[in-house]
Design a binder for this molecule. Structure first.
Ligand code: SF4
Length: 510
């Protein structure tokens, strides 16, 4: 283990002289991947959600630090002002040493941690820009989903765009396709725009936090991660995992989303970060939160810094206190409920009108607006509804949309081969619960149809089955398409079953 020598000697001298140092043997069993969900709001959850640094926060009234949940206050300790909480020098050094030792022995082998190459002198050297790019991509992806899911996306991404320059040459459509299924497509767009910006400016990857913060899509968290991991800058990184660990270490149960608490946690994280191995230390703290100090079942027995944990100390002294009381649970804001009519328009071009799977049919895809939810992504024609709506009402709004957008009038310019409700599907975004009513409309065009015409500036295209299956589609669109596939499959099976000659039984012959 490499640790800052000055820190080590201070730590060893101090503790051996005082006779206070006790060696902790820590084993972490059943290490788990962070079940990182994606919500930016869920900072008390076991996520990789990021927390903005104090610079972006407005001043608010200073909260009081509450030791233990409110009703238990009388039984526990006095309340201190959160501003007074700090890590003592000795405490800091012990946490650094223990945590880095644990990290060296337990860190997960992840592809973005492996990115380094051989230098000309034959020694292992880091290509810091390449590493910064890898850290950037991986950190943005980790804000979306679990580590295990990210590994696959990350490897494919780096294979396609191994450097910042390669990414800067990509199109938004390619990036969206690669990102399909991860959600928060705005972040993928920012990655692309940020890459273009850095390449256009020509000065290489910015190294310091203030310069990194100027790059599109790089916030406080990502800037801290890139600066410390790729460029060894001694700066902290605070995500939901770090908030949880520090809140427990210091028994802080004020609202972790409160401006002053956020500011304090950044300050405390800044006190802890190891000056010799800042990147490793930040990763160790996040990894501890993700794998040991989890939201609902922390493994305190295997925690390398348990001797410094005030939440653990309090829980040992008071039956009414648990380490999971820290930090305070924040009630999530209510989700908005939206409703949409989604129509998969299948246009038959082949001879066999009954067997859709065999025909040369094509599907209409519409490009969403360049701003807002799922900006610039392809989807089946859909219209937002004011609320729950019956089938007749949904068909009416969809007919109007098809006519105004594609000059496609189901009652005049086409033969409607079939039109059936396929089912409902609820897609949950972080703040919206979208209920989609899915129908399949199979058409055969009558006469001439000017396919180029698209009203209201709507972009759309025709794609065949093969293209649709291989395209990078959002998980919501993919789910709708699989509903259609299943529906068609069962329809074809029942048509075939009906067409099969029935066995003539003795009874029927009589
Ligand atoms: S002792 Fe338990 S609660 Fe405290 S930091 Fe370690 S895992 Fe978290």
């Amino acid at each position: 283990m490499q640790v800052c020598r000055a820190a080590y000697s201070y730590f060893e001298n101090h503790y051996s002289a005082a006779g206070k140092h006790t060696h902790h043997s820590h084993t972490v069993r059943n290490r788990r991947s962070p079940p990182g969900t994606v919500s930016m709001d869920d900072i008390v959850g076991n996520t990789h959600s990021t927390i903005s640094a104090p610079s972006d926060q407005k001043k608010k009234k200073r909260p009081r630090r509450v030791v233990g949940p409110k009703p238990k206050l009388n039984k526990v300790e006095k309340s201190d002002d959160i501003e007074d909480i700090n890590f003592a020098k000795d405490e800091t050094l012990e946490i650094r040493v223990s945590l880095l030792k644990w990290y060296d022995e337990n860190q997960r082998d992840l592809p973005w941690r492996r990115i380094s190459c051989k230098g000309e002198d034959g020694e292992d050297v880091e290509e810091s820009d390449k590493r910064a790019y890898a850290v950037w991509v991986s950190e943005v992806m980790l804000q979306q989903t679990r580590v295990q899911t990210v590994i696959d996306y990350f490897n494919k991404w780096m294979e396609k765009w191994p450097t910042l320059y390669h990414l800067s040459q990509a199109s938004l459509e390619e990036v969206n396709e690669m990102w399909a299924g991860l959600g928060y497509y705005r972040r993928a767009r920012f990655l692309l725009e940020g890459a273009k910006m850095i390449v256009e400016e020509g000065g290489g990857f910015p190294k310091a936090v203030p310069a990194l913060r100027k790059v599109k899509g790089i916030g406080d968290y990502t800037a801290g991660a890139i600066a410390s991991i790729a460029f060894k800058q001694v700066v902290p990184v605070v995500d939901g995992n770090v908030v949880r660990v520090i809140a427990r270490l210091k028994a802080i149960s004020t609202n972790p989303k409160d401006t002053v608490t956020v500011k304090k946690i950044w300050k405390l994280a800044g006190q802890l970060v190891d000056p010799c191995r800042p990147g490793d230390f930040n990763q160790a703290l996040m990894e501890l939160g993700a794998t040991v100090c989890t939201p609902s079942s922390p493994s305190c027995d295997g925690c390398p810094i348990s001797s410094k944990c005030q939440a653990l100390l309090l829980s040992g002294c008071h039956d009414s206190v648990q380490v999971t009381d820290y930090p305070m649970k924040v009630v999530k804001s209510k989700q908005r409920h939206d409703f949409a009519a989604v129509t998969v328009v299948e246009i038959l071009e082949g001879p066999n009108m009954e067997d859709h799977a065999q025909s040369n049919s094509k599907f209409v895809l519409v490009k969403r607006a360049d701003k807002g939810l799922l900006a610039g992504l392809w989807e089946f024609p859909s219209v937002l509804l004011g609320g729950e709506a019956d089938s007749a009402m949904r068909r009416e709004v969809i007919n109007r949309f098809l006519k105004s957008s594609f000059s496609l009038d189901p009652s005049k310019s086409c033969d409607i081969v079939s039109r059936e409700d396929v089912g409902e599907y609820v897609h949950v975004f972080s703040h919206i619960r979208l209920k989609m009513y899915v129908e399949l409309m199979v058409l055969r065009i009558k006469g001439f149809w000017n396919k180029r015409q698209g009203g209201d500036g709507i972009k759309w295209k025709f794609v065949d089955r093969q293209t649709l299956s291989s395209m990078g589609l959002t998980s919501g669109v993919r789910k709708v398409y699989s509903m259609i596939e299943n529906y068609n499959q069962s329809r074809v099976s029942s048509l075939r079953a009906e067409a099969r000659p029935r066995k003539v039984t003795r009874k029927s012959r009589n």
